[in-house]
Design a protein around this ligand. Structure first.
Ligand code: NAD
Length: 388
């Protein structure tokens, strides 16, 4: 565990069922805003949520446009195209509505608007020089926690990898966590994004940068997600379960902001960048296998999680038994939630393993947080386990 630690999050968070209706009461914190753009995906273009946001903006004398063209897991080129379509329109507020893809796009567009630099030059840590235009982020998946992180992820096709823009200037002014917006999320996306959130918290908890602040958010996040992920997937209209998942996901984002994710995410990036495997599915598939490789370094911490989320079968269980029970629980979730268990489903073959491991080994920003140093052979071994 690290000794000096820090934490930073969104300017203001409003949470709770129907909290989207409260937007109008918080617009004043954004200063003198005249024109907003709502950045979202085609799914929300004609939704009642856009109408509800629009009515509240109009009531505050803010004109707005809707840009409902964000693609899942956006590429650098796609975001540049969207930026070009915004140019010359002098927006002074961006509202991201959607899953991590829409929220990350809004975050990046905000800083591209004020930093005279191409997106590729913003990729990396602290490359953004100036504050962006203010953002409001409204998540509709319970997974990435992007609404509270200083990160935005883009797919870089030529590197066949996903990369992060990491800057405090990506943190939004306002976040609305309204579980009602997640009720339409289909079971498969609820499952993959929910396991993504669990992975954020798990990796933050075992990160070399784990600290008392990140531990608090990570543990509460895992507690909420573990008690509600099955219900949220199998009974999508259950608002209590949706509430747990959305808060669990935001807490996961807070945990990773302070402690960082680790090898699961590093190995997931080439699966997303080259084979377009949805981020949450890639993380879920990798989690048990990476955990087994890390096991001797994290057994005690895993026992703490197992105890907190109630997967222990006996009070006298040793740390080793507790850690094993936790891995079994994770495997059972992914099976019950129909998350693929094998990379072959995505067209990946044995001959791809070397390139995947080489690409993952370059994600040093996250591998440095892993509790154990992973060799290229370790990484190849993990991918191979998913090809059996
Ligand atoms: P997503 O945003 O790509 O959305 C997946 C699909 O779900 C889309 O088709 C979307 O339209 C649909 N959808 C979203 N909300 C819905 C709802 N309420 N009802 C019905 N359909 C809905 O998925 P995601 O997993 O939230 O985000 C993935 C992206 O976020 C990836 O690019 C990933 O790398 C990135 N990410 C970012 C961070 C961060 O901190 N910034 C962290 C993890 C992942």
């Amino acid at each position: 565990m690290t000794t000096i630690y820090s934490f930073q999050t969104a300017g203001r968070i409003i949470a709770g069922n129907d909290s989207l209706r409260e937007l109008k009461n918080h617009l004043s914190i954004l200063g003198d805003v005249k024109k907003a753009a709502i950045i979202t995906t085609p799914f929300f273009e004609t939704s009642s949520f856009i109408e509800l946001i629009g009515e509240q903006l109009t009531g505050a004398d803010i004109s707005y446009e809707v840009l409902a063209e964000i693609q899942p897991e956006p590429t650098v080129g796609h975001i540049e195209d969207v930026f070009a379509s915004l140019s010359g329109q002098s927006f002074d507020l961006l509202i991201g509505l959607g899953g991590g893809s829409a929220l990350d796009a809004a975050k990046i567009l905000s800083v591209m608007s004020t930093n005279d630099l191409p997106l590729r030059d913003l990729i990396g840590t602290d490359k953004v020089e100036k504050e962006g235009i203010p953002t409001i982020l409204i998540p509709t998946t319970s997974g990435t926690g992007s609404e509270v992180t200083p990160n935005a992820i883009v797919t870089v096709p030529e590197a066949e990898l996903k990369e992060g823009v990491v800057s405090r200037y990506l943190l939004p002014s306002l976040v609305i966590l309204d579980p009602v917006l997640t009720l339409t999320l289909p079971p498969n996306i609820t499952a993959a994004t929910g396991m993504d959130a669990f992975t954020h918290s798990f990796e933050s908890f075992i990160s070399t940068k784990a600290n008392p602040i990140s531990d608090m958010f990570a543990m509460e996040s895992m507690r909420l997600i573990s008690r509600s992920i099955i219900t949220a997937c199998e009974e999508g209209s259950n608002l209590e379960a949706r509430h747990d998942m959305l808060m669990g996901s935001a807490y996961g984002g807070m945990a990773l902001t302070s402690a960082g994710t680790a090898a699961v995410h590093a190995l997931a990036y080439p699966l997303g960048g080259k084979f377009h495997i949805p981020h949450g599915e890639a993380n879920s598939m990798l989690l048990p296998h990476v955990t087994r490789v890390n096991l001797d370094a994290i057994q005690e911490r895993m026992a703490l999680i197992a105890k907190e989320i109630g997967v222990l079968t006996s009070r006298e269980a040793s740390s080793a038994e507790a850690a094993e029970a936790l891995i079994t629980q994770i495997e059972e979730w992914t099976k019950r939630l129909n998350i693929p268990q094998n990379l072959k489903v995505f067209g990946i073959k044995e001959e791809d393993v070397e390139d995947l491991a080489t690409a993952a080994s370059k994600v040093t920003r996250l591998l440095n947080n892993n509790p154990k140093e992973l060799t290229i052979a370790d990484m190849q071994g993990i991918y191979r386990k998913l090809l059996k």
